[in-house]
Design a protein around this ligand. Structure first.
Ligand code: S3P
Length: 173
């Protein structure tokens, strides 16, 4: 008989750099589980009435990070959701602790080439303004330890979104 995993019915929380596939994978996962998909950047933008890009520009990154922590805490009051976080949500230790406590944390990773290919031309990511490859490399280096806390890590570079989902569901169910 299949033994239920410790995570059954809890939240699946996707973390990872921009361009690792959180939104794509989150959408598929939510469909398969019939769970709501909660995209933190979308909620923050709706709440503030402006895009993430605009928030960074007019109010600054620190303001955005405070909002991010607040929204995360609120989202995690509920269970049975797929939560797609912004790439920098892992930077605060308190955020990491709350996530570990309230769901199965899945870190998506990818190599620089794949990330650059996926985010190229995207003007809605304020931290990537300038030379995209250089920015991605710098941010990856700065955060290389920050994603290691996850329960599960999946490298999405060479997998299809469906394959990533299958992998995650194997650990979840
Ligand atoms: C950020 C990632 C973005 C968004 C903001 C900051 C980051 O989310 O939250 O631009 O610090 O890595 P995505 O990872 O969904 O692009």
């Amino acid at each position: 008989m299949h033994q239920e995993s410790e995570f059954q019915h809890s939240n699946i929380i996707l973390v990872g750099m921009m361009g690792t596939g959180k939104t794509t994978v989150g959408t598929l996962l939510a469909q398969q589980l019939s769970y709501p998909l909660v995209d933190m950047d979308t909620i923050i933008a709706e709440r503030e009435g402006m895009s993430v890009q605009e928030i960074f520009r007019t109010k600054g990154e620190a303001y955005f990070r405070d909002l991010e922590s607040q929204v995360l805490e609120e989202m995690l009051q509920s269970t049975g959701q797929v939560i797609s976080t912004g790439g920098g949500c892992v930077l605060r230790e308190l955020n990491r602790a709350v996530m570990l406590d309230k769901g199965m944390v899945v870190a998506l990773t990818a190599d620089v080439d794949h990330i650059v290919g996926r985010v190229a031309g995207d003007t809605n990511r304020p931290l990537l303004a300038g030379d995209t490859r250089e920015r991605v490399q710098t941010i990856m280096e700065e955060r290389k330890d920050a994603y290691r806390f996850a329960h599960v890590t999946v490298d999405t570079s060479l997998l299809t979104p469906d394959e990533v989902v299958t992998h995650i569901l194997t650990r979840y169910r």
